[in-house]
Design a protein around this ligand. Structure first.
Ligand code: SF4
Length: 453
């Protein structure tokens, strides 16, 4: 059950560096009116857990909360069984359930899922309506779990409590309370880690996992990119938690440190510098000299290979300037990748960034870099004033690039290739090359031939 105390705790996370200096009640990311328009807490919770392809995600609410029931959120998985990430399930409650309660419908829905799909777990999401009418989701999930012998996990993140970020935190709480520590792994190694916060949307994880393998680091579990329910249940036996670009799950990591003594590091795998830094942070935290030595060798090989492949691109990108308008940690992580390719990032959006992200963005862009608080209105001006050659943003900003006759790349979830790890930097370079060479941006806003005279 979500209550005020839980929300307050998540909003004033002591492990967030920017909360240390704040007064009582001044937590991070406080819900503001209109926040849920960019995705409500339920949405954030589901996004965080959806990549578990061996689990089914059941939305207990009206059908409209789920929206589309097919490919609601694309995420890549190597799971060989039936991939449940492409399907959406909802109890689709009606007025009748609002009046008499929707618990029976929820129990019947779980029975239906078990008869027809046999997943490893069912995540049950409360939504505004079912939370307001007071359905006892905890009890229904407990009884269903006993009946079917699998975890049935209640996720209490109804939309009215806040935005996506808070929903993601609440999803972490649900996993911590109901899954982590409920199973023992077949074996452990001194180099077992949990990957927290990488959702493997375009296969980012698959860029750096082969490097981990070469070094000897084993990923025991993931929350939740390409994850398995059975693995996350064993997560308490890992030696290190690695948060990948997702400060929303910092509470989970802090609590795992308190409950199981697992330390954590926060890293990014965008760009060459940050990928190298991330690998070194992980091996240093694991604290084994032989592992550190091996990591240095592998990094040297990978960097040399990458530098050779990047030569032709760097020549093409010399003197180019970019404006970046994307969300959260990408404000600095993608900027880092661009800088590694020799592109100057003259402005970045900090609209959805945490204070830690803003500090990092300032560090990467330097004193002269522009941090845009209202990118929708500022980005066109920034392109003009700073002489940018390319805009990297979400699809809606395409028209700004067209109007300004500069190149454009969609770097939000619509992008199709990964920019993670060393291999991802090459993908970014290739996308940039195509964007710079694409004549459409210069031609599209020219006058038609019959208007030219
Ligand atoms: S949970 Fe609430 S805010 Fe979110 S989609 Fe459903 S009704 Fe809307």
């Amino acid at each position: 059950m979500v209550n005020r105390a839980k929300i307050k705790e998540l909003m004033n996370e002591s492990a967030c560096s920017h909360n240390k200096d704040k007064k009582k009640g001044e937590g991070c990311d406080k819900p503001k009116p209109g926040l849920a328009a960019g995705g409500c807490a339920f949405d954030g919770a589901q996004i965080s857990l959806f990549p578990y392809a061996d689990a089914i995600h059941l939305v207990h609410g009206p059908q409209t909360c789920l929206g589309a029931s097919w490919e609601t959120r694309e995420t890549l998985t190597s799971y060989e069984g039936r991939d449940h990430t492409v399907m959406g399930f909802t109890t689709g409650i009606t007025t009748n359930d609002v009046i008499f309660g929707g618990d029976k419908r929820l129990a019947d829905s779980i029975d239906y899922i078990m008869q027809n799909y046999k997943p490893e777990a069912v995540f049950v999401y409360s939504t505004c309506v079912t939370a307001l009418v007071g359905d006892d989701i905890d009890m229904t999930c407990k009884l269903a779990s006993e009946k079917h012998g699998i975890p049935v996990v209640p996720v209490h993140a109804p939309g009215f409590v806040g935005g996506k970020n808070l929903g993601s935190r609440l999803a972490g709480e649900a996993v911590l309370e109901n899954l982590i520590g409920t199973k023992e792994p077949e074996f452990t190694t001194p180099y077992d880690i949990n990957l927290i916060g990488d959702y493997n949307v375009t296969g980012d994880m698959w860029q750096y996992l082969p490097i981990f393998e070469k070094i000897g680091i084993r990923v025991l579990s993931s929350l939740s990119g390409d994850g398995r329910v059975g693995d996350i249940r064993c997560a308490h036996r890992a030696k290190l938690n690695v948060i990948v670009c997702a400060k929303s799950l910092i509470t989970l990591c802090r609590k795992m440190q308190e409950n199981y003594g697992i330390p954590w590091v926060s890293v990014s795998f965008y760009g060459k510098r940050d990928t190298t830094f991330a690998i070194m942070e992980i091996v240093k935290a694991l604290g084994d000299e032989a592992l550190i030595k091996k990591a240095k060798e592998v990094i040297a090989q990978e960097e040399a290979k990458l530098e050779e492949a990047l030569q032709e691109y760097k020549a093409l990108f010399a003197g180019k300037k970019a404006v970046l308008n994307t969300g959260g940690n990408k404000a600095w992580s993608i900027a880092s990748g661009l800088q590694d390719l020799g592109i100057e990032v003259v402005a970045t959006s900090i609209r959805k960034s945490t204070e830690d992200d803003i500090a990092k963005a300032r560090e990467y862009l330097g004193e002269n870099g522009l941090l845009m608080k209202a990118p929708a209105s500022e980005q066109a001006k920034a392109i003009d004033e700073r002489g940018a050659h390319i805009l990297l943003a979400g699809g809606r900003s395409l028209y700004t690039a067209i109007k300004k006759k500069i190149s454009f790349i969609d770097v939000n979830q619509e992008k199709k290739v990964s920019y993670g790890g060393y291999g991802g930097l090459l993908n970014l370079a290739e996308d940039l090359k195509h964007a710079f060479n694409n004549p459409v941006f210069a031609n599209v806003s020219k006058k038609a031939p019959w208007e030219a005279e």
